[in-house]
Design a protein around this ligand. Sequence first.
Ligand SMILES: C[S@@+](CC[C@H](N)C(=O)[O-])C[C@H]1O[C@@H](n2cnc3c(N)ncnc32)[C@H](O)[C@@H]1O
Length: 198
Amino acid sequence: MNHPFLARIYDTVLAPTERAGVRDQRRRMMEGVTGKVLEIAAGTGLNVPLYPATADEVHAVEPDRHMLARLVGRVKESSVPLYLYQGDAQDLPFMDGTFDAAVIAFALCTIPDPTRALDEVHRVVRPGGILRFLEHVRSRDDRTARWQDRINPLWGKMAGGCRLNQPTVEILRATKWEIDDLWRSGGGFVVAGQAFRT
Ligand SMILES: C[S@@+](CC[C@H](N)C(=O)[O-])C[C@H]1O[C@@H](n2cnc3c(N)ncnc32)[C@H](O)[C@@H]1O
């Protein structure tokens, strides 16, 4: 669960893709999110400076203490009150219906049981609340998907257990979340969207 080396290099390794457009995708994911907001698997806190002023407060959960240490260092970059928790998205320390919205970025690929995490987030978001997500997924292009399958074992070892070839949209569709909006980029490799809490 703890990846000190990954936590140390994470922001530097991601910097080129963040500059090339991922940061804009993160900003779009956050746009217009209101009320009491949950972020699971917040990592080093790349979303923290992008939490929108429309949110009343954000509660961010991250299990890895090395990631969390970097997240703590970013608290001052948040424009809204931010509360941090060391915890597991598969077993959230919140009462049912606590949040108006939840955000997840590049994390369902790493959380060991993404269905369980999505069910937990569903439990702690109020009925009618929303989930915004931004994830890399298994490509719909067969050639790219085969390439993802091939490098996945090595990738997982280097990237803290990340599953490069996971069909995350299909996993999300099989939960109680109702997908409302979905768009793909990066040749179908990245998906972003919104789902409603039924
Ligand atoms: C690829 S990083 C993404 C971090 C951040 N969301 C971002 O967009 O940069 C995946 C994160 O998932 C976290 N993670 C792994 N297992 C988890 C779990 N069971 N519950 C919550 N977070 C988890 C990891 O510690 C890591 O910080």
